[in-house]
Design a protein around this ligand. Sequence first.
Ligand SMILES: Cc1ncc(COP(=O)(O)O)c(C=O)c1O
Length: 503
Amino acid sequence: MDKGRLQKKRVSLAGMHLERTSSVALHQQIAAHMRGGILSGVFPAGTQFLGSREVARELGCSRTVVLSAWDILYAEGYLESTPRGGVSVASVQQAHAGVVPAPSSASAGIAGPISDRWQSLLADTYDTNWKSDFAPGAPDISNFPFKEWARLLRATSQNPRNQECLDLPAAGLSELRHEIANFLGSVRGLVCTPKEVVVTSGTSSALDLCSRMILDHGDEVWVEEPGFVEARWSLTAAGARLVPVPVDDKGLCVAEGIKRAPNARLIVVTPSHQYPLGVSMGLERRLELLEWANRNNVWIIEDDYNSEFRHQDSMIASLRSLDREQRVIYLGTFSKIMMPSLRLGYIVAPERFVDIFTRGRARIDVHSSGIGQMALAEFMREGHLLRHLRRMRKVYADRQTTLMDAIKALMPDDLTVSPSATGLHLVAFFTDRLKARISDAEAARKLKQAGLHVQPLSQNYLETPTRQGLVFGYGRLQSEDAFRLISRMTEVLGSVPPDQIKK
Ligand SMILES: Cc1ncc(COP(=O)(O)O)c(C=O)c1O
């Protein structure tokens, strides 16, 4: 193929069909189409596309939608910008070429062995579970009491009386349900009985179970915008129609949700520590949400994400604690306070739901690993979890402070940060100055090339992103590395540290 000739001819996307009723956002459909073309060789390295305005006109969408699609592909390394402001296909590694992600239903109509829903889900190449100093939500396990944990794992697996190795009850080991109820009472001020607890394989598994059991195909679900991408996967897999509802500094904008989807069946929220923005939903909003959901018979899933690591004394009561009409299904996980690979979490729900969820779980994968449940129940009973949590709260609070200090000192004109009341991550928003230079997706791509892996905020939007920023996890960040890493970031992004600004 004559590369020189290819580079001159600019390619149109006019042949692509945008599926406007799909649950896959328009920019993701465009990205999936282009990615599929690149990987299958239809758009070889060097191919230049028409300008964003022309493509938007061809596809009948806004230019911002096209630019958002390109941002995704920049971040993934499929596209690069040309000196004249256009985009062209970067050279894709040969190894990559064999791994053709399943196209979205919108992207090609290629028949595959899986459903349209799953094709579009797999086409979403959201980056997750990566190793980095800044991986959002990754806990530090270097201080974890592995000696005690290993002792209990050994003891439980060596005890032949443990249910004679038959299946456990689908709702979970009763001792563990009991410990979880106690734990929530002391750590979260949430009063519940062991009978209201169902053990799951983490929040993702709980979301999957609830979505499958609550939703019918095409049901509308409010999701936070920006929000937790993995939650959207479970909902989409269950056939839901996702309705993004904006989040402001008081949390989910309930009035906007009512306007956008008054007939929703379910609402999924992270009120303690909104993912990714980190805001805590104000009490007024919580009451407004509960009141509307009660009046309209809508279920609420409360993902009480990261509430355990609060860096301040008081915390607003959970939705579940404010709920008087058994409307809220509360989810928690051991992924952050212990480790993600444990794959254990829980649902707290009114007893009538517990019975239903338990029967449902029994028909899917029966229950979560028994050995893990037994060891965890003992680990909690002996007090190791509470001790670990107390230690880690202080460690994470210090890391958050150091990270904020480094960003404020080295990138004051480009990023703005404010403290997070709890959790393991914070968002640094782009100032107008940085926005004028680069998008967050492009910034994240450049940083990744330089060995600094940070998540662009725009990845968490279903619709066109309204804010630009970087999501910094600090769970694994060693405080002594913070200034060095942020300083490296200033070099990559061309930020000028204050002491070098020419007066
Ligand atoms: C908002 C939110 N909820 C829950 C979780 C935990 O999910 P799991 O319990 O499946 O590990 C995460 C993980 O990062 C998250 O970001």
